[in-house]
Structure formats: C-alpha cells, structure tokens
Write a protein that binds this ligand. Structure first.
Ligand SMILES: [Mn+2]
Length: 402
C-alpha cells in the first residue's frame, strides 16, 4: 500500500506534520504502508499537479485544500487554506471525516496530534518533543530573541536546515528521521551537520551585515541589504540586535525580486518584564486564559482564570498598568482583559472617581505624591459578567512598579 503525503516544503511544521501523520496512519490504518513525500510551495500558478495524487491513498498536511477526488486525508491550520470559495464549499460538503481544518492551532503538527488522540485514540509519546517544537517554531513562540537567533536548540538548527536547504531531498531525509529520532539525534547526524554548517556561517554573516547596516530611530530598525547579496535572513535578528525596538523595515533583493519587509518585535510588549501579572494562554480553544501571579502575596492566588469564551457569564480579570515608555520620557497606560469584557471593565473602573480613590489608597499613594509624574503601578481587577457585559468590578491586587 502506497501513501502519498504532500506537505508544506521548507517549513519545520510541514515536515513535522508529515512525520507525525505517517506514524498515525501506520499505527491506526496501514501497518504495511510505504510512504512517499512531496514538498509543496506557495505559488501563483497551479498548486497541485494532477500527477501528485499517485498513491493508493493521498494526504495533504499543513497546506491548502484540494478538490481532487483522489485526496483521502487533509489537515491544515492556515487562514489561507482555501484558494476559492468553491474550494471552501467543497470542503464543507465533505462527509469522509478525514478532511480537517482548524485555524486556531498554531501548528498543523499539534492539530494532527490532537485529532489523532481525540478521534482515533492514537498517541505517540516519543514525538511529544516534535509536536512541542512545531508549535514554538510555527507559532513564533520563542521565549526570547536569543532562542530564535542563537540556534542553540536542535529544533532551531533543524529549522535553519529545512528552510535554507535547496530542493526537497534533505527535508525528506529529515521527515523520515523525525518519525523515530529525537531532534538532537537528527541535528547531530553527520550528513545534516554538513548542510547545517555553511548555512550557519551564512546566518552569522547576515547578522554581522545587519548589525553594520542598521539604524534604529524612534524604535524603528531600518536596513537595506540590496548591495550585500543576502537573500534571506532570520527575521528575529533585528530584535536580537535592538531589543528595545518595536518595528523593523528592511529592503532585500534576489535574482527575481526586490522585497520590502515590515515586522514587529514580538518580545517588546511594553516592558512586560516589569509586570507581576502576566497573561498566558495554552492552546487556543483548549484551555482558559489566565493571569499568572509571578510573586503572590499572602491571600493572593498563584493565577487568576477568566472566562473561557467571550460573551458568556462569569468572572473575567483585567490589568490596569501605568508604565514608563521605552524611552523613559513618558508613560503608557495599558488596559488588558483576558476577554474583551475584562478590558471594558478596566476602562469603566478607571472612569469612576471612587474607584480611582480606592486604587490610590491601595497603592499607598498620597495626594501630594499623586501629582508626581513618575508613579507607575499595575492593578488586577475582577469583574462579574452577565451575557457579555461587565457589571460589578472589584480591585483584587496592586503592585507599585519601581
Ligand atoms: Mn504550519
């Protein structure tokens, strides 16, 4: 039995999806299956050649939908999964139970693993690391710019190889290894190292050039690589070099195009390091958002969980923070609810004079002190919400920010 797996080429999540899916199929449907892999790229012309669907069964993972009747399985999480409304309609009419789409997942690998577990009772504990890293890489969930740029972990090294190698052969070697090996084993493989080393040297060189060419003004990093022959570079480099920057604007060129790129710093989030109450979230739709209390005081909880869905009834939390701006010549007021009900409650809370007095007293701010420009704080509030509208709001905890 021959299973053709079409996957998103030169993408860590695409490769991991292909590997995970093949393990699932082998364990649950076709133990004798022989797997053939084909990498797909986004292009303006025809995406799927008719000869692509040459297996006894054919699957697409982490890539657009196809209406080809020979398509057996489909998994995708991209917003742009359907090329046309007709494709989307074709998908909606499918009754096979084997075509799956959920754009709430950060990675297709995690999506496949979740469906395989929940609907088909398949689990692969040895691939947990693979699933976790697919979510980090595809969802840009790196802890910091160092993790994304210094390439210390095997997963980030493999990402460089997968994205930078020419053709699909190396990617498919990696897919076959991903089925059973740890990421460390794969990245340490002699053949992979041979491809990795020159790509890593190129990565270091691009970092050096970007360092030399960049200017940072008003929080915006700008650089022009047209004269340097650098085609692609790790998009997190500017934030590694300029951690305080908010945006990047760059120009680069290759044989067939000149590209203007605009990006934003995912780690700047208004000096979040200073905050005691931090918003976190598990998998979208799978666990509630919470505020984690970094240093709980007596009587406080370690975390505060809000509504699971907006528009429902219950309690939601929000933070009100007054922080110095990045250049320390002004302040930023941030109102952040776990759901929109919380954000709305925070706005209403601040508009009320009695609440303002209560907040000042909880923060031990005297009337004289309150005229100073440099009082920074955060406050956690709880609001009771009835069918989407907050009604009563209470101050839960406060912190002064030094
Ligand atoms: Mn993906």
């Amino acid at each position: 039995m021959r299973m053709r797996i079409l996957y998103h080429d030169h993408c860590f999540d695409g490769a991991a999806s292909a590997a995970y899916f093949s393990r699932f199929i082998e364990a649950k449907f076709h133990p004798e299956a022989e797997f053939a892999f084909t990498g797909l790229a986004h292009k303006a012309s025809q995406l799927f050649e008719p000869e692509f669907f040459d297996g006894d069964e054919n699957a697409i993972v982490d890539f657009k939908y196809s209406t080809d009747p020979r398509l057996t399985w489909w998994f995708d999480h991209h917003q742009s999964a359907f090329l046309t409304p007709e494709d989307a309609e074709h998908f909606r009419k499918d009754t096979s139970g084997r075509k799956m789409y959920n754009p709430n997942f950060r990675s297709c690998t995690k999506y496949i693993a979740t469906i395989a577990r929940d609907r088909f009772d398949f689990e692969a504990p040895d691939l947990e690391e693979l699933v976790e890293w697919a979510d980090i890489v595809d969802g840009a969930q790196y802890a910091d710019a160092e993790e994304a740029v210094e390439l210390r972990s095997p997963a980030t090294q493999l990402t460089l190889v997968i994205e930078g190698t020419n053709g699909s052969d190396t990617v498919q070697k990696i897919i076959r290894k991903m089925r059973h090996c740890t990421l460390e084993q794969i990245a340490g493989d002699g053949e992979i190292q041979e491809i990795y080393q020159p790509l890593y040297a190129r990565h270091l060189r691009s970092m050096q050039v970007i360092r030399e060419k960049s200017t940072c003004e008003g929080g915006v990093v700008f650089f022009d690589l047209v004269d340097d022959g650098i085609e692609g570079y790790n998009k997190f480099i500017p934030y590694y070099l300029f951690p305080e920057s908010t945006y990047t604007v760059s120009v680069s060129t290759s044989s067939f195009r000149t590209k203007v790129s605009v990006g934003s710093n995912p780690w700047v989030t208004l000096l979040q390091d200073k905050l005691n109450f931090r918003e976190t979230e598990g998998v979208v739709g799978n666990s509630a958002k919470v505020f984690v209390n970094k240093n709980p005081l007596p009587g406080e909880l370690a975390q505060y969980e809000g509504l699971r869905w907006t528009g429902t009834m219950g309690e939601d939390y929000a933070t009100i923070s007054l922080l110095p701006n990045a250049t320390h010549d002004g302040s930023v007021l941030v109102l952040q609810g776990l759901q929109q009900e919380g954000t709305e409650a925070a706005g209403r809370f601040l508009a009320d004079e009695e609440n303002q007095r209560q907040l000042m007293s909880a923060l031990h701010i005297s009337a004289i002190e309150s005229r100073s420009q440099n009082i920074w704080f955060e406050a956690l509030i709880r609001s009771r919400t009835v069918s989407g509208a907050p009604n009563t709001t209470t101050l839960v905890a406060v912190r002064r920010i030094p």
